[in-house]
Design a binder for this molecule. Structure first.
Ligand code: ADP
Ligand code: MG
Length: 596
């Protein structure tokens, strides 16, 4: 694969493509300037657009700082952190007397960024590259694209956030290397390990915690302040959501100052009352040490997933506003034994990388190839209710895998292709993404048909599955637009479940596969018994076959796949002569291959 380039023709000026970091807490847009990527500031100079949407009394929606400013006074008419729910089939969120779907909420934020960019350039902006977490599944990526459509932005490409961050640091210029991207934002923590080889970017593994971020630090401080206030003011304010919101802004301010100062004040004025409390960095560090510790376990898991240790990590990149905290930097440095990159603003670095990717698409930036990773394995249902995985979790995308399958029944003219997502071995434990039928297969004996199944994930993470009967050329395909979605927590849970159930799952799978294989042998034996060859067989051979047959049946209903296998082998041996007599290669030779 070469570089991505779009041919805009000769005369036409390439249309501007902006890069957008659509974050859980904050969003930003950037563009490719002559000297490199630059943040697009709002007309008032603000670089960050808080990911907050508010409904005004006149029924209009606003987003960004103005919306965030209304949070305290109008908590029920404001939405924040809606990215958590970003999904094709997510239920709408209540905002005042209205409802907004997460893509609609995301769209309002994108619109804010689009408007800022249009004011900045003085021209219409309709194209963007948008970043998403590496663990976003198909439904979440589609929903993000929907948000773009609603906002009037054509999202040309979705880029994984860690990949964008590494790009912003120019790490694609390395000949080779392994990079850890530690992203500690407002509400989520993500760790990703990327590999660079000859200018090619590859995500090796990702991990994280979808409910761990700066918000948790804020909550700890709010808790302390609430207790103080209840004593000082003689009455708690914890039930007054406007008061709590105002307090939240005050503690966030104090927290952010403590990244640069050794002490500061939490300062709250509310309804004519005032609360002030000095807070030191030392106290903050004691409070948040357990939260920081919680980011380290996913880092270790991620390293293990990539089959690496800290010694293999050449560079560490810090992303997310919460990595401004000195203690976070120290913890990361201690874990990876290497000084992390902090030269760029951690809350801007993803948007800057998105702008570079936008530049690659428009042809302004050359010679960079980006690869991203799929968060969950993809496969299809095969006989016995088991899943055969075609594309494995953490595979780089775009990815394509082709495998051949065959039919289970004589004369079978259609097969059901059941597409599944997840890490478990059995269909019942995976997530069903789509089903479709390939019809018009040439009716041939079981095991003789050749069905070619191809899984293709494009650079945007959208899956196309096609199945083809290689004899007739009949083909069917589906593009996966999942009818219901998965939350981030579910993705994590699915991965975790697969680990805790791995042993049982594999045992169950082996038993089921052994039974499918036994069915084949027993079926073949039944038909052989109708043949002349059977009647010509010496009685002792018949008896040996019968014994082996009965033993196999017994093992079949047990749960030891080795025993089933052993008795299949025994029956196979016992019926050697019978098979030879039949001179029918189809009985033995056919039926090889996995059946759908
Ligand atoms: P996200 O990617 O989750 O949308 P950001 O990367 O913008 O969010 O991170 C937002 C978080 O970073 C907030 O919790 C914010 O309080 C925190 N943050 C920003 N600046 C600082 C700072 N100087 N010190 C500590 N935390 C900070
Ligand atoms: Mg972020």
């Amino acid at each position: 694969m070469g570089t991505f380039q779009i041919d805009f023709g000769d005369a036409a000026q390439p249309e501007r493509i902006i890069g957008i970091d659509l974050g859980t807490t904050n969003s930003l847009a950037a563009f490719m300037d002559l000297t490199g990527p630059e943040i697009i500031a709002a007309p008032d100079g603000a670089r960050i657009v808080p990911s907050v949407v508010a409904l005004l009394e006149d029924g209009s929606l606003i987003a960004g700082n103005a919306a965030k400013a209304r949070l305290a006074q109008h908590p029920l008419e404001t939405l924040y952190s809606t990215k958590r729910f970003m999904d094709r089939a997510a239920s709408p969120l209540k905002i005042g007397n209205r409802e907004l779907t997460p893509p609609e909420a995301g769209a309002r934020i994108l619109l804010e960024l689009k408007n800022n960019a249009e004011a900045f350039f003085g021209e219409p902006i309709t194209k963007a590259v948008v970043t998403v977490p590496a663990y976003f599944n198909d439904a979440q990526r589609q929903a993000t694209k929907d948000a773009g459509r609603i906002a009037g932005l054509d999202i040309l490409r979705l880029v994984n956030e860690p990949t964008a961050a590494a790009l912003a640091y120019g790490l694609d210029k390395r000949n080779s290397g392994t990079i850890a991207v530690y992203d500690f934002g407002g509400g989520t923590f993500d760790i990703s390990i990327l590999k660079i080889q000859d200018g090619i970017f590859e995500v090796l593994a990702t991990n994280g915690d979808t409910h761990l971020g700066g918000d948790d630090i804020d909550s700890l401080l709010i808790q302390i302040a609430l207790e103080d206030i209840a004593t000082e003011w003689g009455a708690p304010i914890s039930d007054d959501s406007a008061a709590v919101e105002t307090l939240r802004q005050a503690v966030i301010k104090a927290k952010e100052q403590l990244s640069f100062a050794l002490f500061t004040n939490i300062d709250l004025e509310y309804n004519g009352k005032r609360y002030q409390r000095e807070i030191t960095r030392d106290l903050l560090e004691r409070l948040i040490a357990p939260l920081i510790e919680r980011t380290l376990a996913p880092c270790r898991l991620c390293l293990a997933d990539a089959k690496l240790t800290y010694e293999n990590i050449d560079e560490v990149v810090l992303v997310g506003g919460s990595t401004r905290i000195p203690m976070v930097r120290k913890a990361v440095e201690a874990l990876f034994r290497s000084k992390p990159h902090t030269e760029l603003n951690p809350d801007e670095v993803v948007a800057l990388g998105a702008a570079i990717q936008a530049g690659i698409l428009s042809g302004e930036v050359k010679d960079t190839l980006l690869l991203d990773v799929t968060p969950l394995s993809l496969g299809l249902e095969t006989m016995g209710g088991v899943v055969t995985k075609l594309i494995h979790r953490n595979s780089t995308i775009p990815a394509s895998e082709t495998e051949h399958f065959t039919t289970a029944v004589d004369g079978q003219t259609n097969v059901l292709i059941h597409v599944l997502q997840g890490e478990r071995e059995l269909v019942k434990d995976c997530r069903s993404l789509a089903r479709f039928e390939l019809t018009g297969i040439e009716p041939v004996p079981a095991g003789l048909a050749r069905i070619e199944v191809k899984f293709l994930i494009d650079a945007n993470g959208i899956l196309n599955v096609s199945a083809k009967d290689t004899r007739t050329g009949k083909e069917q395909s589906v593009e996966v637009k999942p009818s219901y979605g998965l939350t981030d927590e579910q993705v994590e849970a699915m991965i975790l479940e697969s680990l805790t159930n791995a042993e049982n799952d594999i045992r169950e799978r082996q038993v089921r596969e052994a039974r499918v294989e036994s069915d084949r042998i027993l079926g073949a034996l039944e038909s052989a018994k109708q043949s002349d060859a059977w009647f010509e067989l010496p009685e002792e051979d018949k008896a040996a076959i019968q014994t082996a047959h009965n033993e196999l049946l017994l093992a079949y209903h047990g749960d030891d796949h080795r025993l089933i296998q052993a008795h299949m082998d025994k029956l196979d041996k016992a019926s050697l002569k019978l098979a030879e007599n039949m001179m029918n290669s189809a009985v033995r030779g056919a039926l090889k291959g996995t059946k759908i």
